[in-house]
Every structure is written in C-alpha cells, then in structure tokens.
Write a protein that binds this ligand. Sequence first.
Ligand SMILES: O=C(O)CCC(=O)C(=O)O
Ligand SMILES: [Fe+2]
Length: 231
Amino acid sequence: GLPGLHAYESLAVVDGPEPGAVQAFADLMFPAADNAAFCEIVHGAAARMAELEWAVRRMVREGLGVAVDEAEAQSALWHLFRMSEYGAPTADERATEVRFRSHQDTNWLSVVCQHEVEGLEMQARDGRWVLVRPSPASLVVMAGNALRAWSNDRVHAPFHRISVGGDATRYSAILFSVPGGPTIRAPDELVDEAGGHPRRFRDYDYDEFVRFCVSEEGARHEDKLKAYCGV
Ligand SMILES: O=C(O)CCC(=O)C(=O)O
Ligand SMILES: [Fe+2]
C-alpha cells in the first residue's frame, strides 16, 4: 500500500520488458515458488506494452518532424511495469469513490491495461471527465509531463484519476517510460519565437521535478510542470 491511497496496493518491476529483470524480481519476492508462469505472463505483457510505447513515441516524434537518434532516445529512458489492485468500496463507504486523485503523470508515456473492471477517468480539454471503459482488445496510451515539456507544450498531458464503485476489485497493469537522461529540454526544431512557439519550459532535471511534485510546495499547484519550470 501507499500512504494516502486507501485500499490500493501495487508492485512495480523496474525494466519489466527485460526477462532477466522480471526473473530477479520474482526470485526476490517469491523465493520458494516456481515462478516460470509468473515471469512469462509479466514479461510477455510488459514487452508487448513496451512495443506499443515505442511505436507511439516514434509516431509523436515523426508527427512533430523531429529527427532523433533512435539508439540514443532508447538508451535515455527506462521502463517501470506496475501492477495495481484497487479494493472495491466497503458497505459504509460512498458508492463510488476516487482512489487515485486527479494528476498528470510525470514521465514520457504511460500504457494502461485495465482488467475488466473500469475506473480510469480522463479529463478532456474542455474539463469534462470521460470514463475509459476497459476492453480486452485495447490499451490506453497517455502522455506525461516529460513529453509535454519535450514537445514544448504541443503534446497534451491529460489529468486522470481512478474511481472505484460496485463490488469488484479492480486490477490494472501500466508500463511507464521514464526519462533517464540528465535534463529535459525541447529540441530547437520545436521552438519558434516568431511563429508563436517560444520556449515554454526551462530545462529541468526529471528526478528533481518528481521530488517537487510530492513536496508541500508542489502539492499546492494543479499544473506542477508550469509551476516548476514554466516561462
Ligand atoms: O491504475 C491505473 O489504471 C492508473 C493509475 C495511475 O494513474 C498512475 O499510476 O499514475
Ligand atoms: Fe497516472
């Protein structure tokens, strides 16, 4: 569980798309068990979600017309694969409650897989909350604030939250791509003073921004990226 997150539990595997990382995680968590099936399922899901993550990241770059060195881009990030459980509300709680408060992700992209039970709500640009229904045939890909900053505010990082209702436990699996490089900076191609796209954010250190987000000062701001390094 996490402080402030009621009836929520999660496990996260660093480098989940790598078979060796999943094996090491399983051996540490369940040393006495035969972890072959666990490893195959977790690694299989993480690797496929990472393929989608990579494809979307490449499409975003191509759509914005930015050429980057593929190997360099791939080596400047790492993946976190998180499996979460959200307990259904108990009888004395309200029928539906927000379990994971509205936030923007801090990382590049998040690929979300909801298993059967809904709960993910995304905020459209006009402020409406939209329920994203789970489907066995689709995944949700969301941009986080790192991609927003890198794109000089062209890619929207949606606010989203998790609400649970009914009596079924909700499970989700998410693959996050996380910056591993030193600073986040929009490439020059995406900055155009005369064309109405001045630089919107100062260069920033990803880990320091994450620390800001969870600080008292950071908690006061809705738009944490703008508060932290907006110009
Ligand atoms: O569990 C989910 O479906 C999403 C949770 C979430 O938004 C997050 O971990 O950042
Ligand atoms: Fe999130």
